[in-house]
Design a binder for this molecule. Sequence first.
Ligand code: ATP
Length: 250
Amino acid sequence: METNSSLLKVSGLSRAYGTVQAVDGLSFEVQPGEILGLVGPNGAGKTTSLRTIAGVLPIQSGEIQVVGRDLVEDPIGAKSLLAWVPDEPQPDENLTVLEHLEFTAGIYGIGDWGETAHELLARFDLTAKADALGGELSRGMRQKLAFAQAWLTRPRVLLMDEPLSGLDPLGIRAAKAEILQMAAEGAAIVLSSHLLKLIEELADRLLILDAGRAVFTGTLEEARASDLADSGGSLEEIFLAATGARPVED
Ligand code: ATP
């Protein structure tokens, strides 16, 4: 269902790197409280799409609206309502964990950030690292810091690119609960991952991307009811059918 209440609206998004068409006419919407699972083979255009929506890459063609604010016409307004957890967060090696949160609060104009920041450090198991420098963090800790920075801004639209890679089992459990809670509070979430079990567990709707194009958009139930489910019905089978891949024979 796509209505005007969408918090994120992407229309006809295209992006090329030289002669490589990374994203090709991509359109989709995400409603409040919805988690959209973005899946696709390596090179399908997932990260390029997310980086463009986050405003990290300039839009070559197409339109992006965040809570009705056009990313080109009102970039600050749009970005102030959006947060982005990249697949490989690169914290500033000279700032401490707490200073990263202070920095984020400054950019987003959050005045009274201290108490929330400490609460988030506890929720993401970073309290002991509050004074550690960005360059001293393990991969999983960098991921947790990116979560805490995103959560501090209370985004209406949240983009996450392989957010659980690098997290330990306890961190994965906590992160999943936090993502579900964020959606329950009304955020629109786009979650990109190769972990199909994670997508099955968390996503309300699927967007399967292949060669920069949406080859399926809908719920898992809708995918199972479509031609894609002929070969079985698991998300893995649906993914392989939608992207033209052949399952490996045992
Ligand atoms: P993966 O699952 O491997 O992370 P992805 O779906 O996120 O892949 P992208 O990283 O968006 O895919 O890449 C889409 C296409 O754009 C690929 O063909 C890739 O080679 C190309 N591409 C991505 N970044 C660049 C770049 N900086 N310069 C040139 N080509 C790029």
